[in-house]
Design a protein around this ligand. Sequence first.
Ligand SMILES: [Ca+2]
Length: 441
Amino acid sequence: MPFKLCLTFIALFLTKNQCFADDDHEMEEFLKREYSLSKPYQGVGSLSSSHWELMGDAMVTTDQVRLTPDKQSRQGAVWSRIPCNLKDWEMQVHFKIHGQGKKNLNGDGMAIWYTKERMQKGPVFGNMDNFTGLGVFVDTYPNEEKHLEAQKKRYTPRTQRIFPFVLAMVGNGTISYDHERDGRPTELGGCNAMVRNLKHDTFLFIRYVRRRLTVMIDIDGQHEWRDCLDIPGVRLPQGYYFGATAVTGDLSDNHDVVSLKLYQLTVFRSQKEEEEEEEDRDGRPTELGGCNAMVRNLKHDTFLFIRYVRRRLTVMIDIDGQHEWRDCLDIPGVRLPQGYYFGATAVTGDLSDNHDVVSLKLYQLTVFRSQKEEEEEEEDVITIPSVDNMELLRLGQVEEGMSGIAIFFTVLFSMLGCIFLIVIGLVIYSHWNESRRKRFY
Ligand SMILES: [Ca+2]
């Protein structure tokens, strides 16, 4: 038994060690009352000194803030009055969606917001469209599916979604939420979540740490968080407002917020990270990526390579006279329609250069597509050029993986740690063995 115990002890230490190696950023959390909303909702909806403000059909009862009742064509909201100046935070939403309607005869859902704007009515779960910031939606009605059904079209089973569906979107003030398509064109990710008419409590968890957005749900009454989405490179400014909104149309539900609890997360940042975050503040709004390329007045040939395959755009350069392609940019989710024209242009101003094209060679690429991909592309024909999750992309580029040196030291120290623990374990074991032997004499 003690040997087993000793092994458990070693195992425990090993896992702990690993945990530190994986995530060297320790976090502490503090509940921030000024950004939280919980019972007994003192002054909400009645006092102007309250930290929260109601709008539309929202009303406060003893047990919840009811954003909408189970009645047609209602919309309601509750918004924080104080802009949030935390860099890293975690929002735990205790909510309830329930009503008389049978499955898929209810609607439309609710949303949790962290946005620049507040107290605006509109079509996105009761909030304005073209919002700036983050929206996490609990969409309870499958608009697109019903629309296709009406046209006697069908989803392929693989692309069909089960509703209610939780979905996250980041807007920059010009991106529109496509209600008819349940927000698919602009989604960052999502998951299904059967949250209606449950007896137990249901929770949504939104964490924003080091530009990583994580959404989890706890809806099975098991007090366990289930992953919903997890996306790095999401840039949300400080100073935005938290809010919750809901809307009903022809179909309805009670949309209740029991509590919104905001935790401040204290995250250690290295000097380098701090500097990077400062630099990012002047973003370049339209670039997808790029690289430097010393191409003037060279004796050898210079080449640029642009590949577009399965909606992935890759640019490489060969400018060192070594006949080697060097990566320049590589971006998935770039949507370019067919039927456009190729061309090359150049310009001189007060300063000039010869800009010569020696050749443009276009190669057709034959790419195998699975049945599923074929179907998806048929369903989703590109008519306007666009880039998926433009916001995300720009910033994903900054968040690079660990450097080679960092990986080397992590591995080295993890190994040293393991060896150290095994030695300790063996020493303890031999001591125990010895004392057991002594007891026998
Ligand atoms: Ca919907």
